[in-house]
Design a protein around this ligand. Structure first.
Ligand SMILES: *[C@@H]1O[C@H](CO)[C@@H](O)[C@H](O)[C@H]1NC(C)=O
Ligand SMILES: *[C@@H]1O[C@H](CO)[C@@H](O)[C@H](O)[C@H]1NC(C)=O
Ligand SMILES: *[C@@H]1O[C@H](CO)[C@@H](O)[C@H](O)[C@H]1NC(C)=O
Ligand SMILES: *[C@@H]1O[C@H](CO)[C@@H](O)[C@H](O)[C@H]1NC(C)=O
Ligand SMILES: *[C@@H]1O[C@H](CO)[C@@H](O)[C@H](O)[C@H]1NC(C)=O
Length: 736
């Protein structure tokens, strides 16, 4: 997605430089920061830092001190280090038996609050403030603005005893009993948020209830996080350009886990997913899971194309973004009285006056081509020509900034995207669909004195919500296709929440406006919504495992369907998060660390798996190896079925009773297709006690699927009349 919402960090691609350094003597400029992942910390007496230096000593050929090459040591929650290495050194390290993986540290991108009320999660909801205030949410992001009203500690008791973190936010950074910890890792040398993104995500998750806030009068109301009584610890990993280094992300996990956070929210990701052993978020969240901490991660903003979801690990909760029932729109009134609706956040008013229109091409500077000027490319608009006028630009991205710089009064932009979220524009401007934009051009041709007035944005009701946003990254899961990703959807469009008062509010440095609350869109915004619901569940069930909490969120989600939400489950996973239901799921699908280890065994040899697990895990051999679809996951998928061939797929699952001691659940299949026949055995599960477990099999039989990307969606619902425990079942043929 574009513009301000486009904060989701995407990996810039590691540039593969076929290195001459293999031939030449190692030169420090050839060194790239690599992450050397060593798995879990050994249980024996062990000094990670000296071990890391020893390992480097064995391979480094440079002249400088070893300490100059060692960038980070991971030693609090898992084992590994980041170091500047040449290709040759990297290869030598890769052969060492204690190394699980070694990969270049690439860049990640950073990807109110009506959203809670929209989900029926209003201020009157049943809360336990005592237990909620024991929950600590770790926010790995661009830092936080500690003075924001959303993070003040009025009414908060002392910091929870379990907290082992610190307030190392840098100069002039003070924590309190709400914002209990801060650390920074990036070049900014401070946890103070100068980007705005981190304050926004932290306040969506756990910001205080702050009355009467708005963005220039828009979306006026109370801004509040999902768990306003929970504590926040901020881990600053991003630079001012909104890029975050993989090795810093991993350090933040190393600290957050050891500091004692309960839930981690990380609205950071890459354009493309990597294998789990090369992905700092997958590695960090694996060790978080092993310590009982659930990580919520944004799905990415690379939709609507398929195979784009960048958060693929089955132990993280991957969150798609959807629209809520509130949209922000603006309107342009043409000189002949026609009103055309656009989707952008325009806080300016032209005071009811019509101003002349000019097409970018007709205001071209001589060094630019007509089409460049038509697109309002950088430095292509002639200031004298656009002064006092509204300029039409064939493009959308940053064209408003060009118009502003050239001194235009306003601009009308051609947004050939879907326009299902609204960006803040830096001057009186409006973003129109291509169709509407052409209509304005048509009007211009029809009159000798074309004029228009752009109206200030307004809030409208969107009855069709929730709908998955166009930008939200889609599955299938490029790493393990049989695990549906994203896992669920949560609000991520036009969200009002806290901001950094020193950050730019639009992409333009010319835009000098600053605010305390801002409207942003992205899976970055949906991710902390899900983290908050996880924290809410945790406040009622402090001893639940990360997978039990994740299962609760997924099996209670509101069903969504393929209409407006293609491609079905690969857009929204199990559906739209339902905070009220999530605390009482009835049954949970639990997945233990051992289950995930078994999954890793499908990829790695036993020696590496033991390094990761930190114990003597053994890998099953031969046919016992199993497949990812056997993981006790709350959703079920078989993504690569051979077309036109009969097939039978079996999913084995185990559920744990967390509802009423004596209860009987019966299975029903909601089947949207005649292509498959689904049976559940047994189809009745009777429980006599709490925490009792029962297993069952789901068998999907089909005569043959047509090739292509047709998705067959069904669901299994276990119901005891009180609870409805729903799992999507997805089959899809392989793409030829
Ligand atoms: C909150 O939870 C604690 C611990 O379970 C319990 O003692 C207390 O009664 C609960 N408070 C409310 C208001 O439910
Ligand atoms: C600390 O930072 C805040 C927020 O930028 C500012 O208002 C205050 O003056 C600063 N204090 C000092 C001592 O620099
Ligand atoms: C609209 O009126 C306000 C207040 O009088 C003024 O500050 C602003 O410049 C006016 N805008 C235009 C485009 O004339
Ligand atoms: C407006 O007029 C120009 C010049 O005649 C023409 O090239 C263009 O296609 C017209 N635009 C529309 C939308 O009719
Ligand atoms: C305004 O002009 C456009 C283009 O000629 C036309 O399509 C539209 O119907 C006109 N609106 C009114 C109210 O006349």
């Amino acid at each position: 997605m574009a513009k301000h919402g486009d904060f989701l960090l995407s990996y810039t691609f590691p540039i593969l430089i076929l290195s001459l350094s293999l031939l030449c003597k190692a030169n420090d400029e050839d060194r790239k920061v690599h992450i050397v992942y060593l798995g879990s910390l050994p249980n024996t007496v062990y000094s990670p830092s000296s071990h890391h230096l020893d390992m480097l000593q064995k391979v480094v050929q440079g002249s400088g001190s070893l300490k100059n090459y060692l960038i980070r040591s991971y030693k609090r929650s898992f084992n590994g280090f980041a170091a500047k290495l040449t290709d040759q050194e990297r290869e030598k390290l890769a052969y060492m038996k204690e190394v699980v993986s070694i990969f270049q540290s690439t860049k990640f991108k950073l990807q109110t609050t009506r959203s809670w009320d929209f989900m029926g999660f209003n201020e009157k909801i049943n809360r336990n403030v005592t237990t909620e205030s024991d929950v600590i949410i770790g926010v790995i992001d661009s830092g936080i603005w500690p003075e924001s009203e959303s993070f003040q500690d009025k009414g908060f008791g002392p910091v929870p005893k379990k907290w082992k973190g610190a307030c190392n936010g840098g100069k002039n950074f003070t924590c309190n009993n709400k914002l209990i910890g801060a650390r920074y890792y990036s070049s900014i040398q401070s946890a103070r948020d100068e980007v705005g993104h981190g304050s926004h995500t932290a306040s969506v998750a756990a910001g205080n209830s702050v009355k009467d806030v708005s963005f220039y009068g828009l979306a006026q109301g109370t801004a509040r996080g999902g768990v306003p009584s929970a504590r926040i610890a901020a881990y600053q990993v991003c630079d001012l350009d909104s890029f975050c280094s993989g090795h810093d992300v991993l350090t933040a996990f190393d600290d957050a886990i050891a500091d004692g956070v309960d839930i981690i929210t990380i609205s950071i990701g890459t354009d493309l997913p990597s294998d789990f052993y090369k992905d700092p978020i997958a590695i960090g969240s694996f060790h978080a899971m092993a310590k009982g901490i659930l990580t919520s991660n944004s799905a990415g903003n690379e939709g609507p194309a398929g195979d784009t979801v960048s958060s693929a690990a089955p132990w993280t909760l991957t969150v798609a973004a959807s629209r809520i029932d509130r949209r922000i729109i603006d309107k342009v009134v043409l000189g002949n009285g026609s009103i055309i609706v656009g989707t952008s956040v325009n806080t300016f008013t032209l005071n009811g006056t019509n101003f002349p229109l000019i097409y970018g091409q007709d205001a071209s500077r001589h060094e630019c081509s007509d089409s460049q000027a038509g697109y309002c490319d950088e430095d292509c608009l002639d200031s004298d020509a656009v002064k006092g006028k509204i300029v039409l630009c064939d493009a959308f991205d940053e064209s408003d900034v060009v118009a502003l710089k050239a001194g235009a009064l306003g601009s009308i932009l051609n947004n050939d995207g879907t326009g299902d979220f609204s960006n803040v524009l830096s001057l009186p401007a409006i973003a129109l669909s291509h169709e509407n934009y052409i209509a304005v051009k048509f009007y211009m041709n029809s009159t000798r004195d074309p004029r228009a007035n752009i109206l200030r944005s307004e809030v409208i009701n969107d009855a069709a919500a929730p709908i998955v946003a166009s930008f939200s990254s889609r599955g299938p899961n490029p790493i393990t296709p049989d695990i549906i990703k994203p896992d669920l959807s949560a609000p991520g469009v036009d969200i009002l929440a806290a901001y950094s008062p020193v950050a730019s509010i639009s992409v333009s440095p010319e835009d000098k406006r600053h605010v305390k609350y801002h409207i942003l869109s992205g899976t970055s915004m949906s991710c902390p919504h899900a983290a908050a619901v996880a924290a809410y569940v945790k406040s009622f069930h402090p001893d639940w495992s990360p997978s039990a909490i994740k299962s609760s969120l997924m099996t209670t989600a509101w069903p969504m369907n393929n209409t407006n939400n293609a491609p079905a489950e690969f857009a929204y996973g199990s559906g739209h998060i339902n905070p009220v239901k999530a605390v009482d799921p009835g049954l949970v699908y639990e997945t233990s660390k051992e289950d995930f280890i078994k999954l890793l065994c499908m990829e790695y040899d036993e020696a590496k798996v033991r390094l990761i697990s930190g114990d003597n895990s053994s890998c099953p051999t031969g046919s016992d190896k199993g497949s990812p679809k056997d993981l006790n996951y709350p959703s079920m998928a078989a993504a690569n079925i051979t077309p036109k061939k009969p097939f039978t797929i079996n999913f084995h699952r185990t559920v744990k009773n967390v509802g009423l001691a004596n209860s009987t659940y019966s299975a029903s299949i909601v089947q949207n297709s005649k292509e498959v026949d689904i049976k559940v055995t047994p189809d009745i599960l009777s429980f006599k006690s709490l925490n009792e477990e029962k297993s069952f099999d789901v068998t999907v039989v089909g005569k043959g699927l047509i090739g292509g990307s047709l998705i067959i969606s069904s669901s299994l619902i276990w119901s005891d009349n009180n609870h409805s425990v729903r799992s999507p079942i997805v089959v899809r043929s392989e793409i030829a």
